[in-house]
Design a protein around this ligand. Structure first.
Ligand SMILES: [Zn+2]
Length: 84
């Protein structure tokens, strides 16, 4: 049986799974950081790289979303360029 909560390594709190975005590639199917922390990360992500730059980065075959993901430590939402 799955635990009801998941520990966020970023804000160091146990939160319910509904507070985490889903991530099919992760062991428990959820991202390691909670939605709140991911949002904060994505804000700084967007500050560092404009959408245009990200589009350019992602169109570069040597830069995969996996590399960006590893670099930033969070999953980059496929639709992260759209407003919430
Ligand atoms: Zn968190």
């Amino acid at each position: 049986m799955k635990p009801q909560t998941k520990y966020c390594n970023k804000c160091e709190q146990n939160l319910s799974y509904s507070e985490f975005y889903k991530d099919k590639s992760s062991a428990d199917g959820h991202q390691r950081y909670c939605k709140h922390c991911v949002k904060q990360y994505q804000t700084s992500f967007n500050d560092k790289f404009s959408k245009k730059n990200i589009t350019r980065l992602l169109s570069d075959p040597s830069v995969s979303i996996e590399k960006l993901r590893l670099y930033f430590g969070v999953y980059v939402e496929e639709d992260f360029t759209t407003s919430d």
